[in-house]
Design a protein around this ligand. Structure first.
Ligand code: ADP
Ligand code: MG
Length: 325
């Protein structure tokens, strides 16, 4: 079992930022309004993600760390609304680190915790905590030292952690996010709201205050697929595509089709070596998109790629034309 979990970990947990992604997504799935990330040593010594979400009851702590145990699976595997769905993250992380989960539900007047060390699960013990969950990961990859050799150094890992939190945070403007190191807070995104204004405020917090005034709003629907968000005017572009954020049903994705459609939309107004800055949300029937292509869940497969491509290219071009740029 530990072996299987370590193999799964090889797929899901590439680096400390992958752990942060899984833990932050779990916090959001639990309805958190505050997510706090603390790291040390680029996440290799310590990652702690605390939330004020629904919590895990004492009787379910053991289940939460068992393979393929998820509280989120709806009857149809393609009908995925929450961020998590595989029941794989916690057992995988626990197989390659020292993991402690401390949690308390609103219904309970005491917290409980469980630990896993390199796959060995402890008994559930009483603990003290407020409502919500705190997941602590120490000594990541201590059980699979070969993996440690691939790490790029503390600086790079810390940056990757901050980047993944920003990427997720754009889709959750009502949630407060903080990321801190051993001695200082590196990212602080105060809670806003889910209105279009709130959305834009969060985008500005993450991408810099100049982006909103150099961007155009997009909001279009074609055959039940909705595209919304903001795209930069041609004069506000970048040498790389790092500032292109895309979401499918609220899930951050890095998808070739979306990237290529954005490039296509700007083909006439941007030189080949410049990239637009974009934040795009696709909302569509979960049955028409497969977010299950890879365990790390960054790729997607659309049932009708032509429709999605046409929508992105068409509505960005239209918006640029309407804005006269
Ligand atoms: P998945 O997210 O795919 O369900 P995970 O291994 O990430 O699988 O988590 C297993 C289960 O543990 C979740 O389905 C959920 O019930 C519970 N869980 C994990 N993290 C949290 C959290 N922060 N708050 C509440 N429940 C959680
Ligand atoms: Mg999960």
């Amino acid at each position: 079992e530990t072996m299987i979990n370590q193999i799964a970990a090889g797929e899901v947990i590439e680096r400390p930022a992958s752990v942060v992604k899984e833990l932050v997504e779990n916090a959001l799935d639990a309805g958190a309004s505050r997510v706090e990330v603390v790291t040390a040593g680029g996440g290799l010594n310590l990652i702690r993600v605390g939330d004020d979400g629904s919590g895990i009851s004492e009787s379910e702590l053991e289940l939460a760390v068992s393979r393929h145990c998820t509280s989120k699976l709806s009857t149809d595997i393609h009908d995925i609304r929450s961020l998590g769905f595989r029941g794989e993250a916690l057992p995988s992380i626990g197989s390659v680190s020292r993991l402690t989960i401390r949690s308390r539900t609103a219904a309970s007047d005491a917290a409980a915790e469980i630990g896993i060390e390199g796959g060995d699960v402890s008994t559930v013990r009483p603990a003290a905590a407020n409502k919500g969950t705190s997941v602590e990961v120490r000594d990541l990859f201590f059980a699979t030292p070969a993996r440690l050799k691939f790490m790029k150094g503390e600086r790079a890992e810390t940056t990757a952690i901050s980047d993944i939190v920003k990427r997720i945070a754009i889709a959750f403007p009502a949630v407060r996010f903080t990321v801190s190191g051993p001695d200082r807070t590196t990212l602080e995104l105060p809670a806003g709201d889910d209105s279009p204004d709130g959305q834009l405020t969060r985008i500005a917090q993450v991408m810099g205050g100049e982006f909103p005034e150099n961007s155009i709003a997009i909001d279009a629907i074609r055959e039940g697929v909705r595209l919304s968000g903001h795209v930069s005017i041609p004069s506000y572009s970048r040498a790389n595509a790092l500032q292109q954020y895309a979401y499918v049903n609220g899930r951050p994705v890095r998808d070739k089709l979306i990237a290529s459609a954005i490039r296509g939309a700007y083909a006439d107004v941007l030189p080949r070596d410049r990239n637009a800055v974009t934040v795009l949300f696709l909302t569509l029937d979960p049955a028409t998109v497969d977010v299950n292509v890879h365990p790390a869940k960054a790729d997607v497969r659309f049932r009708d790629p032509g429709l999605v491509r046409g929508l992105i290219v068409g509505s960005i071009r239209q918006a640029l034309a309407d804005a006269g740029v």
